[in-house]
Design a binder for this molecule. Structure first.
Ligand SMILES: *[C@@H]1O[C@H](CO)[C@@H](O)[C@H](O)[C@H]1NC(C)=O
Ligand SMILES: *[C@@H]1O[C@H](CO)[C@@H](O)[C@H](O)[C@H]1NC(C)=O
Ligand SMILES: *[C@@H]1O[C@H](CO)[C@@H](O)[C@H](O)[C@H]1NC(C)=O
Ligand SMILES: *[C@@H]1O[C@H](CO)[C@@H](O)[C@H](O)[C@H]1NC(C)=O
Ligand SMILES: *[C@@H]1O[C@H](CO)[C@@H](O)[C@H](O)[C@H]1NC(C)=O
Ligand SMILES: *[C@@H]1O[C@H](CO)[C@@H](O)[C@H](O)[C@H]1NC(C)=O
Length: 566
C-alpha cells in the first residue's frame, strides 16, 4: 500500500515537470561516488568530448562466433575472425547510424568515428548544449585527491533513439580514484626495503624472492628463445606509467644473464601516451609489466602500448586501446593489462560495452588477460565494505582474469590479496557453470548475502603475486600484487603461441573455454590453501577445483604444451 502511494506521487511529480521534447532518462546514479564533492555547475562554455555507443547489429551473433572459435571440439576451433567478420556483427544498423547522426545534425553537431565498426562515435560539444540535448546537469566534482572532473548524475535521450543509442560517456561514470597516479592493480611494496642494485648475485632462494629463473623452475617455463616474429605480446600502459629501458637492461643483466641486456620493447602511443625515459620518471607498474613479459616470454616480441590522458579517464583509455587494436588488420595474440577498477564505479551499460570490445578482440584471436585486483573480496584495493566488491574488467566473461598466489616452498598457496568473487553485472558464462556449481555447493550458506551467487565468478587462473623482484629507478626490490600475475601468465600463453605458430597452427585466442575444459584443468596446478580476506571477513577459501581466490590454479607449462600437441 505504502509503495503504491509513493509510486503515485512520483508519477505526479514526473508529470508535473515534463521532460523537454520526448526525453527518457537513460542512465542515472543516486549521488557522486565516495570521495567526490559537488562543487556547483560546470561553466556553460566548458568543452565536452562525448562518446556515443550505438547499438550493435548482432552482439549475440558475435558472442556465439567467439564461443564457436574458442570451444575445444568445435569444428571452427581456432578459426579466428577477420576485422570485417567482426564488424558485420558489431557495426550499428544503417537505421541506428542514420537516426543518431540526423538527431545530432539537427543540433549542429557532427560525429567522428571512434571505432573501426562505427559502433562508437564522438562529438565535441559544450556543457550548455549537452545539458539541453541530454536534459543533463553537468557539474564540477572534486575528488579528495584534488582531481576535478565534470560529470552529470543523470542524462536522457529521445525516446525514438532508445533502440539505437546504448550510452553516452563520460556522464555518470566517474574517473576511478586511482587516477591519482597509483597503479590500479598493484601495491608498490616495501619501497623502504629496496636494495641498491650493486650485488652481483641474484637472490639465492626462490623462497625469499621470485625471479624469472624461479618462475621457469616453478612452472617449467622454457628459457630457449621463441622464434616467431609474428607473435606479438602487448602490454598496456595507463595513468602516465613509463616503462624504462635502462631499468629493463639492469633487470636482464641481473636476472636473465643468458639474454642480451639490449633486449627491449617496441613502443606504441595512443591518446598522447608518452615514452619518457628519464629514469626518475620510471613507473613501477610499467617496469614490472615489461620486466615480467620480456624476462619470462624469452624472445617474444613485446610492445608497450602507452595510453595517454587525452582519453580523459581510464575507462575511456581502456576503450580507446581496445578499439585501436580492433582497427588493425592483425591483432596481437596476447594482451596483458594490470589495471582494473571496482565494478560498481563504472555504469553497467559502459561495463557491458567494454566487455563486448574484449569479446571482439577474443574473436579476432587475442588472449585478453587482466589482473584480478589486490583487495581480496574488497575489490581492487583493500577498503571498508559490507557486501563484497567485484572488480572490472576481471568480471567480464570474455577476458581471462588472473588472481595471485605465493610460494610457500615447495607449493603455492593463495595470496591473501588476490581479488576474487562474483560479478553483479555479468551472469555465469556457460564454460563456468559446472565449476561454479561445485564451488557454491562446498560454500553452502557461509558468506550468504555478501556476494551475488548468480554472477560470473572470477578469477579464472592464478600465478605468483608476492615477493616478485623488479628493478625500478635503478634500484632492485620486491613488489606484490596481481599486477605480477597477469604478465607472468600472459608470457606463458605467448610462448605456447610461438610453438603453435611454428607448427602452422592457430594461436590460442580466447582462453577460458579451453581452460575450464577437462583437458585444460589438467594443465593447471589446483591451489587448495589460503583465502582472500576483506570486508571484515576471511573472504573465500581456496579449495579443490575452481574457487574465487585462485580460479582453476597456476600453469604447468609442459602439460599445457603437451595438451596442444607441442
Ligand atoms: C648492447 O648494446 C651495446 C651498445 O650499443 C653494445 O656495445 C653491446 O655489444 C650490446 N650487447 C649485446 C649482447 O648485444
Ligand atoms: C631527469 O629528471 C630529474 C628530476 O626531474 C632532473 O633533475 C634531471 O635533470 C632529468 N635528467 C635529464 C637527463 O633530463
Ligand atoms: C595529462 O597529464 C599531464 C602530466 O603528465 C598534465 O600536465 C595534463 O594536464 C594532463 N591532461 C589531462 C587532460 O588530464
Ligand atoms: C596478508 O598476509 C600478509 C603476510 O603475507 C600480512 O602481513 C597481511 O596482514 C595479510 N592481510 C590480510 C588482509 O589478512
Ligand atoms: C546479481 O547478478 C546478476 C547478474 O548475474 C544481476 O542481474 C543482478 O542485478 C545482480 N544483483 C545485485 C543485487 O547486484
Ligand atoms: C608451415 O608452412 C610453411 C609454409 O606455408 C612451410 O614452409 C612449413 O614447412 C610449415 N611448417 C610445418 C611445421 O608444417
Amino acid at each position: 500500500m505504502k509503495s503504491t502511494l509513493i509510486l503515485i506521487s512520483f508519477l505526479t511529480l514526473v508529470c508535473g515537470t515534463p521532460h523537454p521534447r520526448d526525453l527518457l532518462t537513460h542512465e542515472r546514479r543516486d549521488g557522486a561516488p565516495d570521495g567526490y564533492t559537488h562543487k556547483g555547475p560546470a561553466p556553460a562554455d566548458h568543452t565536452l568530448n562525448l562518446r556515443l555507443a550505438l547499438t550493435h547489429t548482432d552482439i549475440g551473433g558475435l558472442q556465439d562466433a567467439l564461443y564457436d572459435t574458442s570451444t575445444p571440439g568445435s569444428a571452427n576451433y581456432g578459426h579466428h575472425l577477420s576485422k570485417d567478420d567482426v564488424a558485420k556483427y558489431v557495426a550499428p544498423t544503417p537505421e541506428s547510424t542514420a537516426a543518431v547522426t540526423s538527431w545530432l545534425s539537427e543540433h549542429g553537431l557532427s560525429a567522428t568515428a571512434l571505432s573501426p565498426a562505427g559502433d562508437w562515435i564522438g562529438i565535441e560539444t559544450t556543457v550548455a548544449q549537452a545539458n539541453s540535448l541530454f536534459d543533463a546537469d553537468f557539474s564540477k566534482f572534486v575528488h579528495t585527491s584534488g582531481q576535478e572532473t565534470v560529470r552529470t548524475l543523470s542524462y536522457s535521450i529521445p525516446a525514438s533513439l532508445k533502440s539505437h543509442l546504448d550510452l553516452v560517456h563520460p556522464t555518470v561514470t566517474f574517473p576511478a580514484i586511482e587516477l591519482a597516479n597509483v597503479p590500479l592493480a598493484s601495491i608498490p611494496l616495501s619501497l623502504s626495503a629496496r636494495i641498491e642494485l650493486s650485488s652481483d648475485t641474484a637472490p639465492s632462494s626462490c623462497n625469499n624472492y621470485i625471479t624469472p629463473t624461479c618462475l621457469q623452475q616453478l612452472y617449467g617455463i622454457p628459457s630457449t628463445p621463441a622464434a616467431q616474429d609474428g607473435n606479438q605480446l602487448y602490454v598496456t600502459g595507463l595513468i602516465e606509467q613509463y616503462a624504462n629501458r635502462a631499468d629493463l637492461g639492469s633487470f636482464l643483466t641481473r636476472f636473465r644473464p643468458d639474454m642480451s641486456p639490449n633486449t627491449t620493447f617496441a613502443f606504441q602511443s595512443l591518446d598522447g601516451g608518452k615514452d619518457l625515459q628519464n629514469i626518475s620518471q620510471a613507473g613501477l607498474e610499467a617496469d614490472l609489466d615489461i620486466q615480467y613479459t620480456i624476462g619470462v616470454a624469452t624472445g617474444v616480441p613485446v610492445t608497450f602500448l602507452s595510453v595517454g590522458n587525452n582519453s580523459q579517464d581510464n575507462t575511456g583509455g581502456m576503450l580507446d586501446l581496445a578499439n585501436n587494436l580492433l582497427s588493425q588488420q592483425t591483432v596481437p595474440q596476447v594482451l596483458t593489462t594490470s589495471y582494473g577498477l571496482n565494478e560498481d564505479t563504472i555504469s553497467m551499460a559502459l561495463a557491458q560495452k567494454l566487455c563486448n570490445a574484449y569479446a571482439q578482440l577474443g574473436a579476432r584471436g587475442t588472449s585478453v588477460l587482466f589482473s584480478s585486483g589486490d583487495g581480496g573480496v574488497a575489490g581492487s584495493q583493500p577498503q571498508k565494505c559490507k557486501r563484497f566488491v567485484p572488480t572490472f574488467p576481471a568480471t567480464c566473461p570474455f577476458v581471462t582474469a588472473v588472481g595471485g598466489t605465493k610460494l610457500v616452498s615447495p607449493t603455492e598457496v593463495a595470496s591473501n590479496l588476490s581479488a576474487g568473487g562474483f560479478s553483479n553485472y555479468f551472469g555465469t558464462p556457460s564454460y563456468q557453470v559446472a565449476a561454479k556449481k561445485v564451488y557454491l555447493g562446498k560454500l553452502g550458506k557461509s558468506l550468504k548475502g555478501r556476494y551475488n551467487a548468480s554472477g560470473r565468478g572470477y578469477p579464472d587462473v592464478s600465478a605468483i603475486a608476492e615477493a616478485v623482484q623488479v628493478v625500478s629507478e635503478g634500484v632492485e626490490g620486491p613488489v606484490r600484487g596481481t599486477s605480477c600475475s597477469s604478465p607472468i601468465f600472459a608470457s606463458i600463453i605467448s610462448l605456447l603461441n610461438d610453438g603453435l605458430l611454428a607448427a602452422n597452427k592457430s594461436s590460442l585466442g580466447f582462453l577460458n573455454p579451453l581452460l575450464y575444459s577437462q583437458a585444460g584443468v589438467a594443465t593447471l596446478t589446483d591451489i587448495t590453501s589460503g583465502n582472500n580476506p576483506g570486508c571484515g571477513t576471511k573472504g573465500f577459501s581456496a579449495v579443490a577445483g575452481w574457487d574465487p581466490v585462485t580460479g582453476l590454479g597456476s600453469p604447468i607449462y609442459s602439460k599445457m604444451a603437451a595438451a596442444l600437441g607441442l
